[in-house]
Design a protein around this ligand. Structure first.
Ligand code: SER
Length: 318
C-alpha cells in the first residue's frame, strides 16, 4: 500500500482507521474520504489530505483516486442494520450501488479494495454456534442482504477482473471515539457511556442474547493485516469470519460492575433489535482467518472493559 483512500472516513470505523493508517503509512498517504455534511474535524482534518468521496458518485471517486494516485481503497460506507430497515432503498443504494462504483474504480485504476461484511450477513437458518466460514447465508434484513451481495460482488470482481478484493465479517465493534449509529450491537457501546456518566442503562435486548463483538483496536488491526497478507495464502477473500469475544447483555453488565459496583441496568426489549439479534450467530468460528493470515485478537471482554472505562472517563471528564 502506498496511497490509500478511506471512504466513510468520519464514521465509526473510518475515523479511527484513517488515523491508524496515517500512523503506519505516513499522513500524506492516507486520504480521508467524506460526504457533504460529515466533514472531517480536529486531528482527522489537520493530520492529512481529505476529499469528498461519495460512494454513490463513481466519477467523483475516480477523480480522487487519480489525483492522489490511490492504490488501496477502504470502502466503509454503509447504513447499519436498524437504521437500514427504515430506509431499505437508501441502504441498497449505498451498500450495493456504492460498492459497484468502488469496484469499477478499483478495476479501472488497479486498486485493492476492502469492503467489510458483517455478522449481519447470516440469518435464522445459519448454524448459530461456532458458525462456520462457509455456511448458509439467508439474512432477513436489508443490511444482511446487502452484505451478502458485498461478499459475492467482491468475489466476482476478483474472479472475473483480478481486482484484489478482501474482506472480513466484522462482529459488533466497540469503541470510545465515534459512536456507531443505528446498529443492533450499539447497546454494547452505549452501556459504557451510561456507566461512566453514572446513569442507569436501559438494555434493548433480553438476557441471553449472545453476539460476537470486537474492540476497535483489534478490528483496525484485522483490516490492515488482511490487506497486507500474502495473497497466495488466501483461500477465502470475501469475507473472513472474525471473532474475538461473544457475550450477552448480563455478561457485559457484570463486567462493568466489577469497576463501577453501583451501576444499574434494566431491560426494555426493542422488538426489531431483538429480532435482528436473534437471527445473528451466537459466536463465529474464525479459524480460516487464523490459518490463512494469522488473525489473533488482543482484547477479551475484561481487557476491553478496563480500557473503555479508562478512556471514556477521560473523554467525558468523569
Ligand atoms: N454492528 C452492526 C449492526 O449492529 C453489525 O455489523 O448493525
Amino acid at each position: 500500500m502506498k496511497n490509500i483512500l478511506v471512504i466513510g472516513a468520519t464514521g465509526q470505523i473510518g475515523s479511527e482507521l484513517t488515523m491508524e493508517l496515517r500512523s503506519r503509512y505516513g499522513d500524506s498517504h492516507v486520504v480521508a474520504g467524506y460526504i457533504r455534511g460529515a466533514e472531517p474535524k480536529g486531528v482527522l482534518k489537520d493530520s492529512g489530505p481529505a476529499a469528498i468521496a461519495d460512494v454513490t458518485d463513481g466519477d467523483a471517486i475516480a477523480e480522487v483516486v487519480k489525483k492522489y494516485d490511490i492504490d488501496t481503497i477502504y470502502n466503509l460506507a454503509a447504513l447499519l442494520s436498524v437504521v437500514a430497515e427504515s430506509m431499505p432503498r437508501l441502504a441498497w443504494k449505498i451498500g450495493v450501488g456504492g460498492l459497484w462504483n468502488v469496484l469499477e474504480v478499483a478495476r479501472e485504476h488497479h486498486c485493492a479494495a476492502f469492503t467489510p461484511s458483517s455478522i449481519g450477513s447470516f440469518g435464522l437458518s445459519t448454524p448459530h454456534v461456532m458458525t462456520p466460514q462457509d455456511t448458509i447465508q439467508r439474512p432477513g434484513t436489508i443490511y444482511g442482504v446487502s452484505k451478502v451481495t458485498t461478499e459475492l460482488l467482491s468475489d466476482y470482481y476478483f474472479n472475473k477482473y483480478g481486482v484484489d478484493t478482501r474482506s472480513v465479517r466484522f462482529p459488533g465493534i466497540i469503541s470510545y471515539v465515534t459512536p456507531p449509529g443505528g446498529g443492533t450491537t450499539d447497546y454494547a457501546v452505549d452501556i459504557y457511556y451510561y456507566a461512566v456518566r453514572g446513569e442507569k442503562f436501559v438494555c434493548p435486548l433480553q438476557p441471553g442474547t449472545l453476539m460476537d463483538m470486537i474492540y476497535m483496536p483489534d478490528a483496525l488491526h484485522a483490516a490492515i493485516m488482511l490487506m497486507e497478507a500474502d495473497a497466495s495464502k488466501l483461500l477465502h477473500r470475501n469475507a473472513f469470519n472474525l471473532a474475538s469475544m461473544s457475550f450477552a447483555p448480563e455478561t457485559i453488565y457484570e463486567e462493568i460492575k466489577k469497576h463501577i459496583p453501583q451501576f444499574e441496568m434494566e431491560y426494555q426489549i426493542d422488538p426489531l433489535k431483538q429480532h435482528i439479534a436473534d437471527s445473528w450467530p451466537d459466536c463465529m468460528d474464525d479459524s480460516c482467518a487464523r490459518l490463512e493470515w494469522g488473525w489473533q485478537p488482543k482484547y477479551d471482554l475484561a481487557a476491553m472493559t478496563t480500557d473503555m472505562l479508562e478512556k471514556l472517563k477521560l473523554k467525558l471528564n468523569k
